[in-house]
Design a protein around this ligand. Sequence first.
Ligand SMILES: [Zn+2]
Length: 268
Amino acid sequence: MAEPKKKKIISADTGEDVTNEKRKQAVVEAKPVGNATGLRIGAAILWLLAITFEVLALLVLYGKIDMKFMPGLYQIILFIVLDLICLVIGSQLWKKSNHIAPASKKNPTLFWLHNNLGLIVTVVAFVPLIILILTNKEADKKTKTIATVVAVIALLLGGVSSYDFNPISLEEQQAAEQVITGSVYWSPYGKVYHTHDDCQALNQSEQLTTGDVDQAIAAGRTRLCSFCAKRDAIDTEGLLTDNVDVSDYIPEETVEDVEDEAEEEPAA
Ligand SMILES: [Zn+2]
């Protein structure tokens, strides 16, 4: 049902097939879906490293370690930056793993915690540090002020990059696997995959990636294009779709055409 149909484009002048001339986009094959367990182990190691750098920043603050070649404040900032880098990379691996092996939505709290574990680690990696800098009595005022500002900025950057703005559940992934059996297409940007490479929403894209729906989800394309859903008469119950109201965007006659087609080919 969802198998994309390649439409031939025939020139009205010559009657010749100009499909390939008309197709603007280069289409590349998606990479194989990675290993979720490997990504999660990588995330855990990087998060542990992040917290290690937090502890090192604290040890400098308390005068327990001192790398003589640079001032104490620079050492603290260096460790905060290293803390942030490890945290952000770890969180990206974690989010990627959740698009390969999503958590179940049955328990909404656990689902949220699982998707946003990076956010929790961000709090652990910076909030104790900020509190201990602020309550430290030995460091001078300048060191405390600058270190606090840097740590708060790191907390905010880490939080934004660790939060999953585009989560998908096991149930939504399974629904997509069941309904979308053919190849799908996606552009370099956005959260949407398409069942048709000539979808009107892809007109502006110069490059498309193609793969199965699992590869699309792993690439962060969690939503089925509503134009394509309408065109294939896909029952979107249980699927994530984008929020475009098709009837607002397609000229009326096209909508009728699509509906007529849908009646002729009832969904399997
Ligand atoms: Zn589409």
